[in-house]
Design a protein around this ligand. Structure first.
Ligand code: CO
Length: 212
C-alpha cells in the first residue's frame, strides 16, 4: 500500500509538471547544468532540494551519514571530482543538521558495528575541538556545536582535494559553504565558512600545487 501510494504520487507530480509545461520532461532529458553540489546527511528530515526550494536539474546531491567528506571515500571523491571538473559547479555546500543521529552516536560510547569506522571521523572532529566542546556545559549546546564544527571540518576536507585546488588556481571556483539545517525551525543557517582564510592557514600542509 505504501509503495502503491508512491507511484500514485509520481503520476500526480508528472501531471502537475506537464500542466505547467508540456515540454518539461523533454527539456529535463536534454541534460543537467547545476550550479550547486550539495553534500548533506542521509537523515530523512534533511532533504536537499525541498528545503532549498530547488527543482530537478538545479542541484547535484551527495548524502551520507553525518555529511562526511573522507579522503579515502571513493564515492564522495567521485561526486566532487565530477561536480568540479565536468559540471563545473560554482558552489559546494556542506549542510549538516541539528539533532543529527550520526553526530549524537559519535558523542557517546556506542558500538554500532560497521558504522563505527565511519563515526570515527566524527570522533576525530570531537578530538580536534575537545577543549571548546568540553567547555560547553549544556549537553544540548555541545551537541549542536559538534554538528557545526563537523560541517566546518568537512568544508576544510574539501579544500584538501587536488581537483578542487586545481580548479581554484585556474578559475577561482567553486566556493565552499558550510550550512546547518535547523530541523527545529526549518531554517538554514550559514556558518560563514571563510574558505580563503581556512585554506591559507593550512596551505603549507595541504597545498598540493608547488609555487602557488
Ligand atoms: Co544526520
Amino acid at each position: 500500500m505504501e509503495i502503491k501510494r508512491i507511484f500514485e504520487n509520481n503520476e500526480k507530480w508528472v501531471q502537475e509538471k506537464l500542466a505547467l509545461d508540456p515540454d518539461y520532461f523533454i527539456n529535463l532529458s536534454k541534460g543537467q547544468n547545476p550550479n550547486f553540489l550539495y553534500i548533506g546527511c542521509s537523515d530523512s528530515r534533511a532533504t536537499a532540494e525541498e528545503l532549498m526550494g530547488m527543482q530537478p536539474g538545479q542541484v547535484f546531491v551527495h548524502r551520507n551519514i553525518a555529511n562526511s567528506v573522507v579522503s579515502i571515500d571513493n564515492n564522495v571523491n567521485a561526486v566532487i571530482q565530477y561536480a568540479v571538473e565536468v559540471l563545473k559547479v560554482k558552489h559546494i555546500i556542506v549542510c549538516g543538521h541539528y539533532e543529527c543521529g550520526g553526530v549524537l552516536a559519535a558523542l557517546n560510547s556506542s558500538d554500532l558495528g560497521q558504522i563505527n569506522s565511519w563515526l570515527s571521523h566524527l570522533r576525530d572532529v570531537y578530538r580536534i575541538h575537545r577543549k571548546e566542546l568540553e567547555a560547553i556545559t549544556a549537553e544540548k549546546k555541545r551537541f549542536d556545536r559538534l554538528v557545526e564544527l563537523n560541517v566546518i571540518e568537512q568544508c576544510i576536507n574539501i579544500t584538501k582535494i587536488d581537483h578542487v585546488q586545481r580548479s581554484w588556481y585556474s578559475h577561482s571556483l567553486p566556493k565552499i559553504h558550510g550550512w546547518v539545517f535547523d530541523v527545529r525551525s526549518g531554517r538554514l543557517i550559514d556558518l560563514k565558512f571563510d574558505m580563503e582564510r581556512e585554506f591559507n592557514s593550512i596551505k603549507s600542509i595541504y597545498g598540493l600545487m608547488p609555487g602557488k
